[in-house]
Design a protein. Structure first.
Lengths: 318, 693
């Protein structure tokens, strides 16, 4: 689990059916009337995550905060954290009301501190979802997953949704690996390279036969290198990164935040400027616990989620 | 965890952001705020997402950056000793991580090596010869290579000693990997077995480092034994190959692992530019005006011009190393216009210039002098003869041939290549400038200050032998006089040598061609005015300087100097290949099938460079199909199957025509379009979604 590459328009994002289709992601709402600022009201605290360029994210978030402030009528304050764990801890301590997180962090936060899913981010595929791939070199003799028996693979990190759990699940679904990790099963060697880029490079350089990482990791290779690799298989889809709220945030404020952010229209220049600074997303789609139903089961099989039933249709709350 | 989360919760201040930099490195990927070892590299690699044709600079650890750049510099003639020294100091700073004494010893060795070739020549003594330079360079390279190896070894030892603490071990692993990058290029090229073996060692170590928990889940413990074993294997290789490194006189200076049992002495090392280089074309693209296009002519109907356009964009007309580096005329003269970002350390003094008589690009034509020239703007080149900054070529044709053969080591060009480039370049127009009358005088659209400056520009100065600026920059003649003058901007070989004259440059479009002067030594037009004021004692007042600057800016202005939307670059570049393909029949009918090979190879290469910058993945796929048709044309052309080539070219044209709107991003693919995403949008996601690993 960590920020995943959602950068490309180039990969086969459009080739897979998704439980979270473009239509679902594209519900624009009208903006509510602006509200006068109540300077005495409790501020809304938002955690923005940034690994690589916190200063830039700090600058970018200002326009977003101004936008929210205008429609919410309360002071909006922003923080930059360098990881999801920190965002969740500050939410646990009551210092953060909203946080941008990835699906695994959200599911754990929901279980542990009751965090609520608000909005999923829509990326270049037009869907609030992504998947992982099993990447191999085109000049290898590998044609299907079973060909990787006795071979080596590099994942990004052990605790990583798109860089380990999802691509590993590809082999589990194909009956090639057990749901529980068993050392020495199927693969001759499994590595955790420390990141998508390192895993892709390991495969590209021939250190390993395959890399199991995000669909977007191909974009970490240079153009001429991308032509030399292919996806042998793709994983189930995961909901995209999302905005979550602390459990005690008032319903009225939650629905207002959703309405205001769902109203951002990428075709409107002013709104586009805000979305560009919200990590460059295309827009937002309403999130619900059931969006996470399938990947909760995957995460549960590795012990990250203890109660996957929290995300099933019959138990989920709005 | 709690304490760390407090650290990570920051207000938007540099102070708190700086504090993040102190967070542990090898935390869980969701927690390790500073598992940034790959961030810079990642950013470098991720940038092509948006514009694959723009190659981001490689990012190295400062020590490695210094080491790799000084290695590049030491292979040049002349060696820029000051720059070498600055880079060696980066290595020395790294050595301070071992001890100050070690760093001081290295600095002393560097100073000692540099002292001999740079010592002032006494009267009656001969200047140091090439052998002394080579010896000093070799000594400096060897001591620097050993220093880098020592640093890497120390880091690996520290890693071995810290396996009880994941965070500390992770920091040492991170730094070790970065230092290894100093040798990796040469090891990959000349010792593939050990390149893979060492690569696996790093992978095993990353795995052995385990994983920190996320909210208490998923912790994997550190495997100290594996960490130590793999570190030992790398240590053994580094010590064997680099600890007592000696550079053979028979090879260029490079950290080749000569002592490795699997070293391949015949393996070629791919050309590589030093850190700090930027040879990318400009984005947004400068607006190019081709006279025939401005007159409404379709370039597909002017095959000689189209072929010239292709050769201008082709690195294949050059020799090595420009060819492998993908360097073409278009990189420096982007769309005919000066590329102000172009830079190669050791060959460039000011960005936007290059030493075109250097050891690197064409050793045979090196003049032994570091004399980088500011890249001239080629707009309106048919009006600005003679050519070359010192006007040494009366003929543009001769100039073109010289660039290909003697500046960039290319083979003797076919006369058609030179004809075509000439035809293409003769179409380059200046930017239209509504402030100028046809006789070069300013009209009322020009600012008042510029019009005051115009009077000064035309005013004779006694300090300039009664001449005015306009004497040489003749307004009615595109601001040139086609003459060469010594204005005092060139340092001669001797005090009384007659080697300082330069061709009068035009002032048209000059607002967009900074820096200025033949060597790019003046960054602004105001700087140019101040230079003349100082060197000719013109005694200009502050307002006069401002007026004269305003005049130069007005004369040098032009309409729409750049394309507004950077997103049009990739589709436009793909469209250009369609123009290039229009020259096939012309080349075929001339029986020049070697030039057809050049055409199709260039088209395939350019298409594959540009396809990643398109908006829709479907467009990328179509452009790959176009590239494959070019591949097929190359094969058929080689086999002498002209009919097959005809068919492939026809298929190409049809496929492009059918998909032009898709490639341009004007029409979305399929009934349910994917979201249209601009390259800028994609870049913004980089920090957010990928920085963690």
């Amino acid at each position: 689990m960590r920020p995943t590459v959602f950068l490309s328009i180039f990969v086969m994002a459009s080739t897979l059916a998704s439980p979270l289709g473009a239509a679902e992601g594209a519900k624009l709402q009208s903006k509510p009337p602006e509200r006068p600022m109540d300077a005495k009201a409790a501020p809304l605290n938002i955690a923005f995550v940034s690994y690589a360029n916190p200063q830039q994210v700090a600058r970018d978030s200002e326009s977003v905060m101004k936008y929210l402030q205008k429609y919410l009528g309360v002071p909006v304050k922003g923080f930059v954290t360098l990881d999801y764990g920190s965002s969740i801890e500050t939410m646990r301590n009551g210092k953060t009301d909203l946080a941008f997180v990835d699906p695994l962090a959200f599911m754990m936060a929901h279980e542990q501190i009751g965090a609520r899913p608000l909005l999923l981010e829509i990326y270049s595929s037009g869907k609030p979802a992504y998947h992982s791939c099993i990447w191999v070199r085109k000049d290898s003799s590998l044609k299907e997953l079973a060909d990787l028996r006795g071979k080596s693979i590099a994942f990004a990190d052990q605790v990583d949704m798109s860089g380990h759990l999802m691509p590993r699940h590809v082999f589990v679904s194909a009956g090639l690996l057990s749901a529980k990790r068993i050392e020495g099963e199927f693969f001759k060697q499994v590595y955790f390279a420390g990141g998508d880029e390192q895993a892709m490079r390991a495969m590209f350089n021939g250190f390993t036969d395959a890399a199991g990482v995000s669909q977007y990791a191909i974009n970490l290779l240079r153009g001429e290198e991308r032509d030399q690799v292919k996806a042998l298989a793709t994983s189930i889809e995961s909901p995209s990164h999302l905005l979550m709220a602390r459990s005690g945030l008032a319903d009225e404020q939650v629905s207002r935040i959703k309405q205001v952010l769902l109203a951002l229209d990428k075709t409107d220049p002013a709104d586009k400027a805000i979305l560009d600074k919200l990590y460059g997303v295309q827009g937002y789609a309403e999130a619900s616990l059931t969006n996470f139903q399938e990947i909760a089961r995957v995460a549960a099989s590795y012990g990250f989620v203890k109660k996957p039933e929290l995300f099933s249709a019959h138990s989920s709350k709005p | 965890m709690k304490a760390e989360s407090q650290k990570s919760l920051s207000r938007f201040t540099d102070q708190t952001l700086a504090r993040h930099a102190a967070l542990p490195v090898r935390a869980h990927p969701s927690q390790r705020g500073l598992w940034c070892c790959g961030i810079a590299l990642f950013l470098a690699l991720a940038a092509p997402l948006a514009r694959a044709h723009v190659v981001p600079p490689e990012q190295f650890h400062p020590v490695v950056e210094g080491y790799r750049r000084l290695t590049f510099l030491l292979n040049l003639n002349p060696v820029l000793w000051d720059e070498v020294k600055a880079d060696a100091d980066r290595v020395a700073t790294g050595l301070e991580m071992i001890s100050k004494q070690r760093a001081d010893a290295y600095r002393a060795a560097i100073s000692n090596a540099i002292a001999k070739p740079t010592a002032p020549v006494k009267d009656g003594e001969e200047a140091p010869g090439p052998e002394m330079r080579r010896e000093a360079a070799r000594a400096l390279f060897e001591v620097s290579t050993r220093a880098l190896a020592e640093l890497l070894a120390v880091e690996l030892e520290r890693l071995k000693a810290s396996t009880n603490d994941r965070n500390v071990a992770g920091q040492h692993l991170d730094l070790s990997r970065k230092l290894w990058a100093g040798f990796e290029h040469e090891v990959k090229a000349t010792d593939q077995p050990m390149f893979k073996e060492i690569g696996l060692c790093w992978l095993k170590m990353a795995t052995a480092l385990g994983s920190a928990p996320l909210l208490g889940q998923g912790e994997a413990s550190v495997d100290a034994k594996t960490l130590q074993e793999e570190a030992d294997e790398i240590l053994a290789y580094v010590k064997e190959c680099y600890a007592a490194f000696h550079a053979p006189a028979s090879r260029a200076l490079a950290p080749v692992p000569l002592a490795s049992k699997t070293f391949d002495p015949r393996a070629a090392i791919p050309a590589k530019l030093p850190p700090g280089s930027n040879i990318n074309k400009q984005r947004p693209r400068p607006r190019q005006i081709l006279n025939l296009v401005a007159r409404g002519v379709d370039e597909t109907e002017t095959p000689l011009v189209a072929f010239g356009d292709m050769t201008f964009d082709s690195s294949l007309i050059f020799g090595e190393p420009a060819r492998s580096l993908g360097l073409s005329c278009n990189n420096c003269h982007n769309k005919s216009i000066t590329n102000p970002q172009f830079k190669i350390p050791g060959l460039t003094r000011h960005a936007g210039g290059l030493d075109v008589s250097s050891t690197f690009f064409a050793p045979h034509a090196n003049n032994g002098v570091f004399d980088p020239l500011d890249t001239p703007d080629l707009r309106g080149i048919r009006f600005t003869a003679p050519y070359g900054r010192n006007g040494r070529f009366a003929s543009l044709r001769d100039f073109i041939r010289n660039v290909i053969v003697n500046e960039f080591n290319g083979p003797e060009p076919d006369p058609i290549v030179v004809d075509a480039m000439l035809a293409y370049m003769m179409e380059f127009d200046f930017l239209p400038n509504p402030m100028l009358n046809k006789d070069g005088t300013l009209n009322t659209q020009a600012p008042e200050a510029a019009r005051r400056g115009e009077k000064l520009f035309n005013k004779p100065f006694a300090q300039m032998n009664g001449m005015s600026c306009a004497t040489c920059h003749v307004p009615s003649s595109h601001f040139v006089d086609h003459q060469r003058h010594d204005i005092g901007s060139v340092q001669g070989a001797e005090d009384d040598s007659q080697d300082r004259a330069l061709d009068t440059p035009t002032l048209l479009s000059a607002k967009f061609t900074q820096p200025y002067f033949h060597d790019g030594s003046l960054a602004t037009l105001q700087g140019v005015v101040l230079w003349f004021d100082k060197n000719y004692n013109l005694k200009l007042g502050k307002n006069q300087v401002a007026d004269l600057t305003a005049y130069l800016e007005a004369v040098g202005d032009g309409k729409e100097a750049y394309e507004e939307d950077p997103d049009v670059a990739a589709p436009a570049e793909v469209e250009e290949q369609n123009f290039f393909m229009a020259s096939w029949e012309f080349i075929r009918d001339k029986g020049k099938f070697d030039l057809a090979d050049l055409l199709f190879r260039t088209v395939a290469q350019e298409l594959r460079n540009e396809k990643w910058g398109l908006r829709y993945p479907e467009a990328t796929e179509v452009v790959e199909q176009l590239a494959q048709l070019s591949d097929a044309a190359i094969a058929a052309n080689k086999a002498g199957q002209v009919d097959v080539v005809n068919a492939k070219v026809a298929e190409y044209r049809q496929l492009y025509a059918e998909n032009k709107a898709l490639i341009d991003g004007a029409s979305a693919p399929g009934p349910k379009p994917t979201v249209q995403v601009s390259p800028q949008d994609q870049l913004r996601l980089v920090d957010y979604l990928l920085g963690g690993k």
